[in-house]
Structures are given as structure tokens and as C-alpha cells.
Design a protein around this ligand. Structure first.
Ligand code: ZN
Length: 165
């Protein structure tokens, strides 16, 4: 297990729709590395393409905020239902130093597979719903800056230019 460098804004893998996982044995080593990297960087979620891996895997740990939520791994996730709307200021390990208000669905129904390939479907709300949507964005090639208002985009344009250079 090892913490790996996080890919940052400007790298093309962050703009790619990742590939689905078909070989579940192949991700046995990937997932511990993703948790290590997330904890090392003090993040609460991480998508596989943030460490340069083109696969639909995310890890989330919001246990600091909600002790009923254990650390989770979601494979081949898909949001199949959404409701409500709320805004929260978000940051991202791949866009360091940048924070923007992002409006997302308040509740989501999420279909995913576990590490063994078993299928699940569950409803999430609160911070968990927000983080799932943030990580699903990554796996679809989107970043928090894509949700930014015109004003925010103007405010952060220099930071983005520096990150991409
Ligand atoms: Zn992120």
C-alpha cells in the first residue's frame, strides 16, 4: 500500500469518462492505494483517475462528520435518481487551493458494485450524497470548476492558469 501523487488540473485523465471495471481482481491493489492517498492528502473522497487510473472506482470516508458512515468503496457507480437541490462550498484535491460553490442534488439513489462485484442500490443524502456526486463527476471527466458561477470563474482564472502551467 502506498500514497500516490494526486493528478491535478490540466492533466487529460481528469477530463476523461473512465472505463468500467470488469476484472475485480485487478483492483485489489488499487483500492488500498486510493485510501492511503486520500488519507495522506486529508481528503474525504477520491476517484481512481485522480491517481491516474482509468477505471470507475471511488473511495469515500466521511466518518469524521458522520460516525454512522463507514469508509466506503464504490465500483461502477451510477446515480439513477436525484431529488432536491442544495449548494455547498467545495474543494478538490485535484484543484488545490480553489474553492467554489457547487449546487447539487440533495438526495441520490446510487447503484454500484462492491469489491466482489456484487450489485447494490442505496439512497444517500447529506454530505455522503454530495461527495458521491463530486466523485461521480470526476469519473465522468468533470470538475468542481465546471459548476462555478461566472463570477467564481473570473475569480479563480489566475489560479487555474498557474495550476495548468
Ligand atoms: Zn475532487
Amino acid at each position: 500500500m502506498a500514497a500516490l501523487p494526486v493528478v491535478t488540473y490540466g492533466e487529460s485523465i481528469l477530463r476523461k469518462v473512465v472505463e468500467p471495471v470488469e476484472d475485480f481482481e485487478a483492483i485489489e491493489d488499487l483500492v488500498p492505494n486510493m485510501f492511503d492517498t486520500m488519507y495522506e492528502e486529508e481528503g474525504i473522497g477520491l476517484a481512481a483517475n485522480q491517481i491516474g487510473v482509468d477505471l470507475n472506482v471511488m473511495v469515500i470516508d466521511i466518518s469524521h462528520a458522520d460516525e454512522n458512515c463507514p469508509p466506503s468503496t464504490f465500483v461502477n457507480g451510477q446515480i439513477i435518481e436525484r431529488s432536491g437541490s442544495e449548494s455547498m462550498e467545495e474543494g478538490c484535491l485535484s484543484v488545490p487551493g480553489v474553492r467554489v460553490d457547487v449546487t447539487r442534488s440533495e438526495k441520490v439513489t446510487f447503484a454500484y458494485q462492491d469489491l466482489k462485484g456484487n450489485h447494490h442500490e442505496a439512497k444517500f443524502d447529506g454530505l455522503m450524497a454530495t461527495v458521491i456526486q463530486h466523485e461521480m463527476d470526476h469519473l465522468n471527466g468533470l470538475l468542481i470548476i465546471d459548476h462555478a458561477s461566472q463570477l467564481d470563474k473570473h475569480r479563480i482564472r489566475k489560479q487555474l492558469k498557474e495550476l495548468a502551467s
